[in-house]
Design a protein around this ligand. Structure first.
Ligand SMILES: Cc1cc2nc3c(=O)[nH]c(=O)nc-3n(C[C@H](O)[C@H](O)[C@H](O)COP(=O)(O)OP(=O)(O)OC[C@H]3O[C@@H](n4cnc5c(N)ncnc54)[C@H](O)[C@@H]3O)c2cc1C
Length: 337
């Protein structure tokens, strides 16, 4: 059980800034996200697109914003738990216990839900027979590439993830790259490297075709793919990696007894607390009169929620409003002194 002052669900821009607002008040936080990296929508949906309405930053991409938010919270040595989806939030006296799908448990007086539009989840292969192989020989993400050494790997997808992993894993495994269209969407530079490896016989590319069947008991032995012209090919395969993009699902958040309005959580706009004391919701997931789904609104919500988090985590201390420019204690926490 990991004890802390605040458990932040979601490592999108708003969850990251909440770490800062808690940190400058001397509070510790952990951050849990279903994805394998921070940034939420900024990284998953528009890493290269410019954002023009972050105060005092005339222009920055989703990726740059995430990088700067991470830089800003460096002094707080925050622990991140990626690839973990929060499943349960249970009240234990005045505290909250949070459980993830990896069976990690956390306890804190405060939970900040910065879950955006819900957890991003991989779009799964439609072939029903594939389900039983999930996490054994079918994967929707690469967590540890060491596990993919010296294997026959079939990679499905036409975007950057499929191309990047085909290239990377071809260094030590046999790769077949399979896509339902002739054209790939991924970076042209990566694609030309892959085409080079295909010419050298190091990667095999199959297009336009789709998965039709799978053979194997405990683990996958082979798969069959069908080309547009009706031809079927069987491919010896130990591992299938599928990269068909992400879908957004509200997921377990709807089951925590919070007042919901469609897919958002109702909060009061004084401290962004939900109907449960000590559970706050900020960013795109929260709803109150006049709510704007903008990053800058989420930052403001994080600042106000953190004040009430302080009061719950330090009930015997008085909260003092301070400016970062003049507060010695804040500057010490930021290691500026
Ligand atoms: C194409 C596009 C362009 C945009 N441009 C702008 C712009 O110019 N300016 C602007 O201000 N805003 C813009 N936005 C909106 C902005 O991206 C969102 O307002 C912002 O990302 C919200 O941040 P967030 O941290 O609340 O949520 P998100 O960024 O959605 O992050 C939420 C995170 O929570 C995680 N999560 C959810 N549930 C769970 C769970 N149960 N367990 C673990 N993790 C969970 C998710 O995996 C996700 O990583 C744009 C959005 C899009 C799609």
């Amino acid at each position: 059980m990991i004890k802390t002052d605040a458990i932040i669900i979601g490592a999108g821009p708003v969850g990251l800034f909440a770490v800062h607002q808690l940190g400058i008040k001397g509070l510790k936080a952990v951050v849990i996200d279903n994805l394998d990296r921070p940034g939420g929508q900024c990284i998953e949906l528009y890493p290269d697109k410019p954002i023009y309405d972050i105060p005092a930053v005339p222009e920055c991409t989703g990726e740059e914003l995430t990088k700067n938010l991470l830089e800003q919270i460096k002094p707080f040595d925050t622990k991140f738990f990626f690839n973990e989806r929060v499943e349960e939030v249970i009240q234990v006296k005045d505290d909250w216990k949070v459980k993830t799908n990896n069976n990690n448990e956390f306890s804190a007086p405060n939970v900040i839900i910065a879950g955006g539009v819900g957890s991003f989840e991989p779009r799964k292969l439609s072939l029903k027979e594939m389900e039983k192989f999930e996490d054994r020989s079918l994967f929707y993400a690469v967590k540890n590439k060491e596990e993919f050494k010296n294997k026959d790997i079939s990679i499905f997808g036409g975007g950057d993830s499929a191309l990047d992993w085909a290239l990377e894993l071809s260094k030590f495994s046999n790769i077949t790259l399979i896509h339902r269209r002739e054209e790939f969407r991924g970076a042209p530079h990566t694609l030309s490297e892959i085409k080079k490896l295909e010419k050298e016989g190091k990667i095999s590319i199959k297009t336009p075709c789709q998965l039709t069947s799978v053979e194997g008991d405990e683990k996958i032995k082979s798969i069959s793919i069908k080309f547009e012209n009706g031809m079927v090919e069987k491919i010896n395969t130990d591992i299938v990696l599928s990269f068909f993009g992400l879908i957004m699902k509200l997921g377990p958040i709807a089951e925590w007894g919070l007042n919901m309005d469609k897919k958002t959580i109702e909060v009061n706009s004084r401290n962004f607390e939900t109907n449960k004391k000590g559970i706050f919701a900020i960013g795109d997931i929260c709803n109150y009169p006049g709510k704007l789904k903008l990053i800058l609104s989420g930052f403001h919500e994080a600042a106000l929620a953190s004040v009430d988090c302080f009061k719950r985590a330090r009930p015997n201390e008085k909260y003092r409003f301070e400016f970062t420019t003049s507060s010695k204690s804040i500057q010490e926490r930021l290691r500026k002194k």
